[in-house]
Design a protein around this ligand. Structure first.
Ligand SMILES: [Zn+2]
Length: 471
C-alpha cells in the first residue's frame, strides 16, 4: 500500500504524534512515551492526549445513546467466573479469557459485556414486571480483555484490551426491523457528524451472514422459526436501508455464527486512488444467551405469549481499532471536538519593542479560550524559526485551529487564524479582531467546527485544558 509518493505512516506513528498511546505490542517500558508507566503487551495505555480524546468521544457517545433511549450501564471488569459459566463463555471461549483465582474463588476478566446486560434486563423485568417497555436498549462503553497470541498483536488494530461501544437490545420480534434500521441510522450519525466522513462518497456495503438451512438444529443452534424470522428481519432491514441510503448488500449463506445471523457494515473509502475497506459495526442476533439465562421463560411469564430477540450491536466496534483505522485515513487529524489540542496559539516575536505585547496578547487569547472550555497551547516563535515551529506542530499535535499573533496583528488588534477543513484537507485562513475573538467571536467559529456534534447531542463536550507541553 503505497501512498502515491508520500511516506506511508501507520496509525501508530500518528498516535505517537498526537500523544494518544504507547506502543502497545511492546513489553519494554518506553519511558519517554509513557511518562514512567507501562502496560502489558497488547493493552494500549492512553496517555495525556489519548485520555482527552477518549473523554470527549465517550461523552458524545454516552449523550447520543441516552437521547436515543438507551439505558447507560457500566459493568465491572472482573466477575465471578460463574457468570461466564452460565453464559457458555467458559465452555466455548475459554482460550481467549483471562482467568484467575483469589482466596479459592474463580474469577474472570470479562471478554464481553453481554452476560451483564442480560442480567440487568432480567433484574429490571423481575423488579418492575410488565412495566419495562420493549424494546429494552442498554448501552455501555465496555472495557473488555481477550487473550490473543502475542504474534498476532498489531498496534491498535489487534489488541488484548479494548473498549466496545456496545449495546444489547431486547426486542419483540415484530419490532426487529425498526431496531435494525435505527441502529444503522445511529452508525451513520456517528461516522458523519462526529468523524466527518463524507458518506455520500463512501461505498457502504451490508454483509448478511445467514445460516445454512440444512444445518439448523445441528451446526446452527435454535429453531427453524427463529432463524427464518431473524433472517427475514435482517433482509427486510437491508432492503429498506438500500432504498434510504443507497447501500448495497449481499447474503452469505452458511456464514452466520452458530448462535445467530448478523449484518456487518463495511465502508469503502477511496483516498489518493487507494480504496480502504473498513469493517465497522455489527448487528448480531443471538439465540444462545436467552436460552442459557432462561430469558424466554421470564419474558413469557411477564409479557405473555411474546417472541423476543436479543440483538448485540456496536457502531464503531472496538474504539481502539476504529481510532487506528481513522488515524490512517485522516493522516492523524482528529476533528475539532475530539482533538487533544484544539487551538495552537503562536506568538511571532521579532526582537523589537512589541515582543512583550505579542506575548501578552497570545496569553490573553489562550486564557480567554481556555475559559470558554477549549483546549489550547501557546508557543512563542521568531520570524526565522516560525516555519520550523509550524512544521513541527503540524507533524505532531496538529491542532485543528492555529492562531498567529505577530507585530502586524498587535498593531492592528487582530489575530490570524488558520483552520483545518476536513473536506478539503487544507487550512483556510481568516483574520479576526482580537477583541471580537476573545469576546465570543471564537465561539461562533467553534460552533461551525462542532456543528455535527451539536446536531447530534445539542452541544459539543468542553474540557478546558492548557496543553502547552504538547506543542
Ligand atoms: Zn454482546
Amino acid at each position: 500500500m503505497s501512498g502515491g509518493g508520500r511516506t506511508e505512516k501507520t496509525h501508530m506513528d500518528y498516535a505517537y504524534e498526537l500523544d494518544l498511546a504507547i506502543k502497545p505490542d511492546s513489553t519494554v517500558p518506553l519511558l519517554d512515551r509513557e511518562y514512567g508507566t507501562f502496560s502489558g503487551a497488547g493493552i494500549p495505555l492512553f496517555s495525556l492526549g489519548g485520555g482527552v480524546f477518549r473523554w470527549a468521544l465517550f461523552e458524545i457517545l454516552t449523550r447520543l445513546h441516552a437521547l436515543r433511549g438507551y439505558y447507560i450501564a457500566e459493568t465491572p471488569i472482573i466477575a465471578s467466573s460463574e457468570l461466564f459459566k452460565v453464559s457458555g463463555h467458559l465452555d466455548f471461549y475459554r482460550k481467549n479469557m483471562f482467568l484467575f483465582d483469589i482466596e479459592g474463588h474463580d474469577y474472570a476478566i470479562k471478554p464481553m459485556n453481554c452476560p451483564y446486560h442480560i442480567l440487568l434486563f432480567m433484574s429490571q423485568v423481575a423488579r418492575f414486571r410488565g412495566k419495562v417497555p420493549l424494546p429494552f436498549k442498554i448501552f455501555e462503553l465496555g472495557r473488555v480483555h481477550r487473550y490473543e497470541p502475542s504474534g498476532s498483536l498489531y498496534g491498535l488494530l489487534r489488541v488484548r484490551g479494548f473498549t466496545q461501544d456496545d449495546a444489547h437490545i431486547i426486542t419483540p420480534s415484530d419490532k426487529a426491523i425498526d431496531v435494525i434500521t435505527d441502529v444503522f441510522d445511529e452508525m451513520m450519525m456517528v461516522l458523519g457528524n462526529v468523524f466527518l466522513l463524507d458518506l455520500s462518497k463512501a461505498d457502504i456495503h451490508l454483509r448478511l451472514s445467514l445460516s445454512d438451512k440444512a444445518l439448523i438444529g445441528t451446526e446452527f443452534m435454535g429453531t427453524r422459526e427463529e432463524w427464518s424470522q431473524a433472517e427475514g428481519a435482517l433482509e427486510e432491514a437491508a432492503r429498506k436501508l438500500a432504498g434510504k441510503y443507497g447501500v448495497s448488500y449481499s447474503m452469505e449463506e452458511g456464514e452466520a455464527a452458530f448462535y445467530g445471523p448478523k449484518i456487518d457494515v463495511v465502508v469503502k473509502l477511496e483516498e489518493a486512488g487507494i480504496v480502504k475497506e473498513w469493517q465497522l459495526g455489527t448487528i448480531q442476533f443471538d439465540f444462545n444467551l436467552p436460552r442459557r439465562f432462561r430469558l424466554y421463560e421470564l419474558v413469557r411469564s411477564v409479557y405473555g405469549d411474546m417472541d423476543v430477540f436479543i440483538i448485540h450491536r456496536a457502531l464503531l466496534g472496538s474504539v481502539e481499532r476504529f481510532l487506528g483505522i481513522y488515524l490512517e485515513y485522516s493522516r492523524g487529524r482528529l476533528p475539532f471536538p475530539l482533538a487533544p489540542l484544539q487551538v495552537g496559539i503562536i506568538g511571532i516575536q521579532t526582537g523589537g519593542g512589541l515582543d512583550g505585547e505579542i506575548e501578552a496578547a497570545a496569553e490573553r487569547v489562550a486564557n480567554a479560550l481556555t475559559g470558554m472550555g477549549f483546549r489550547v497551547g501557546v508557543r512563542m516563535a521568531n520570524k526565522t524559526s516560525l516555519s520550523g515551529e509550524v512544521r513541527q506542530i503540524e507533524s505532531t499535535i496538529k491542532p485543528p485551529v492555529l492562531a498567529f499573533i505577530g507585530e502586524r496583528e498587535v498593531r492592528e488588534g487582530k489575530v490570524t487564524l488558520r483552520i483545518y477543513d476536513h473536506s478539503t484537507r487544507r487550512r483556510k485562513t481568516t483574520v479576526m479582531g482580537l477583541e471580537e475573538l476573545v469576546e465570543g467571536g471564537f465561539e461562533d467559529i467553534a460552533r461551525g467546527l462542532e456543528e455535527g456534534v451539536r446536531r447530534l447531542i445539542g452541544q459539543a463536550p468542553r474540557i478546558p485544558l492548557r496543553l502547552d507541553q504538547l506543542i
